[in-house]
Design a protein around this ligand. Structure first.
Ligand code: TXA
Ligand code: MG
Length: 418
């Protein structure tokens, strides 16, 4: 098994974490995946817009969890951490609350949601025709960064499934959703569909948030509550495997790789057939998705160095695997080690930080092509396919204010001309 999976399944766990304060939790997350470099902007929580003007996040301790549970039960919308990215959650049984998720995200209603469930014993309440291979996968990787798409059980709401006959289910390896779902399971009769519908807590098409500050920077006060559980350990969204048509198909790569799945179930998962109009729809599979505001271009190192020296008048940033880069303005170079899990852990935070530093273009050094990197490649190539919108002037001003914050921690990444 790859080093990726070992980390993926040990993301977090135990009730103890819920009791801890924010600083301790952040430290624990940092320990789960050691800091990428001392200069990683991710560590600063730097975000593209000033979040101070919005309602602050609430620490995900026992009181915070209790507040969140109350809100969820009353039909509220709550953002919360998972081991992958932050989710925007509502009681899956409450249609009005679920409808608000779509509104807040500005997400088309035809794009289905992931439902977070308490544990694998709840599968049958939501799904039918569950293949043995799916059960084996769940036995190994739940709780963990894995989402299954299965044929939905009768009566599962169209709102959750986008009108499709399948439902996406996940058990997150994080004490916060675990505690929320436990509290919502009170009085369980063994049949009730208990779940929190929770897509990533970003606006449609944007980079998923991996800290509470990212959520607030994206959504402002739109969620009723943002629970702060520190930085997400995995950093990219869960692997989605579709079992609704028998043979497994990876709809979205993530930390759990095709190789890991094949090793466990003895079947190499397929890839989506772009020509098949009846295939399940995944918004994250749109060519242009997960976009930073700056234009992102992926290229080999030599091309990157040429591009950097040829640029004129634009603020060019670089996300690189090695240090020897031509001199760039402070805050505009991030160096990430070539370890897939560590790269993914800070990917979105790094893109946000480079956006915050006012980059017009982000040049990304093409990462290695081995299977462990599939999730990172997927997100980078979709981000590269996106057309950035021009941020309004006022946002630009906010960005410039924030550059200093990035500069301070990023200084050691400033490198001389080779
Ligand atoms: O790591 C994650 O999976 C995060 C955390 C918060 O759980 N959630 C997440 O949700 O990434 P979201 O909604 O941003 O992405 C879920 C993807 C979407 O692209 C959606 O279209 C797809 O899953 N999806 C949901 N239900 C589906 C279904 N029934 N068939 C096919 N795709 C589905
Ligand atoms: Mg998403």
């Amino acid at each position: 098994m790859s080093e990726q999976n070992e980390q993926g399944t040990t993301a977090a766990g135990g009730d103890a974490l819920v009791e801890q304060d924010h600083a301790a939790r952040a430290a624990e997350a940092a320990e789960a995946t050691p800091p990428v470099t001392s200069a990683t902007p991710a560590a600063t929580g730097a975000v593209p817009v000033a979040v101070e003007k919005y309602r602050p996040a609430v620490v995900a301790d026992a009181d915070g969890i209790a507040q969140a549970v109350q809100l969820l039960m009353q039909g509220g919308v709550v953002a919360f951490p998972t081991e992958t990215v932050y989710g925007l959650g509502a009681d899956a049984a409450n249609a009005e609350a679920v409808a608000r998720i779509f509104k807040i995200k500005k997400r088309p209603q035809t794009h289905p949601l992931i439902v977070h469930i308490p544990d694998a014993s709840h599968l049958e309440r939501w799904a039918v025709d569950i293949p043995d291979t799916a059960r084996r996968l769940v036995g190994r990787y739940w709780p963990g960064p894995l989402t299954l798409v299965l044929r939905r059980a009768e009566g599962v709401s169209d709102l959750l499934t986008g009108g499709q006959d399948t439902i996406a289910l996940r058990v997150a390896a994080h004490p916060v959703p675990e505690a929320l779902l436990k509290a919502m399971s009170g009085g369980d009769d063994g049949q009730r569909r208990i779940g929190i519908a929770a897509p990533s807590a970003n606006r449609f098409g944007r980079i998923s948030p991996t800290t509470a500050a990212h959520v607030i920077a994206d959504l402002g006060n739109d969620a009723d509550l943002v629970l702060d559980g520190g930085a997400c350990e995995v950093g990219i969204e869960s692997t989605i495997v579709d079992f609704s048509r028998g043979e497994p198909v990876i709809l979205r790569p993530g930390r759990i790789s095709a190789q890991d799945i094949a090793a466990l179930i003895g079947v190499e998962p397929g890839v989506p057939d772009a020509a098949d109009v009846t295939a399940p729809r995944v918004s994250g599979s749109l060519a242009a998705h997960y976009a930073p505001r700056a234009k992102l271009r992926m290229m080999k190192r030599t091309a990157m160095i040429d591009a950097l020296s040829a640029h004129k008048g634009q603020r060019i940033a670089a996300l690189a695997l090695e240090v020897n880069m031509p001199r760039l303005a402070p805050g505009l170079v991030v160096v990430v080690p070539a370890v897939a899990s560590r790269y993914a852990h800070t990917l979105y935070a790094n893109l946000r930080a480079l956006d915050a530093a006012g980059a017009d273009i982000i040049l990304v050094e093409t990462p290695p092509g081995s299977p462990a990197w599939a999730g990172v490649h997927d997100r980078l190539s979709r981000a590269a396919a996106a057309t950035p919108d021009k941020p309004p002037k006022v946002e630009k001003a906010e960005k410039v204010e924030k550059v200093e914050q990035v500069e301070q921690v990023d200084k050691v990444d400033e490198v001389e001309n080779p």
